[in-house]
Design a protein around this ligand. Structure first.
Ligand code: HEC
Length: 90
């Protein structure tokens, strides 16, 4: 209960900033950029990442795991995550 009420004290604008960062740390566990078969995200612009995620979500692009991952995100979260990733690589 205490934790929940403390979170409610964080202004809405800050909360919106925290959640994409948490999601991005999850993305990085696979997209480490360490030369695995999983493509690095650092070479893509925010717009390219957003378009790719939307294509995965709406089954316009084939995927093994990405479609399942992004179906849990709203379009607004996808946009926030895409911009957050680009921010981290700069
Ligand atoms: C379980 C590992 C895994 C996680 C977690 C993951 N990805 Fe992926 N990602 C992949 C794989 C594998 C592909 C290749 C497409 C496929 O087979 O799903 C991919 C493809 C992509 C692409 C297309 C890259 C390109 O060069 O075309 C983007 C963009 C992307 N992921 C973004 C993300 C974002 C953003 C997150 C976090 C919300 C994320 N991924 C989380 C494994 C992962």
């Amino acid at each position: 209960m205490l934790a929940i009420s403390l979170i409610m004290l964080i202004p809405e604008s800050l909360r919106a900033d925290i959640s994409p960062r948490l999601i991005v740390s999850n993305c990085r566990s696979c997209h480490s950029g360490l030369g695995t078969v999983i493509p690095s995200l650092n070479v893509l612009s925010a717009e390219q990442i957003k378009q790719a995620l939307l294509q995965f979500k709406y089954d316009r692009r084939k995927s093994t795991v990405m479609g399942r991952i992004v179906k849990g995100l709203s379009d607004a979260e996808i946009s926030a995550v895409a911009h957050s990733i680009q921010g981290h690589s700069q």
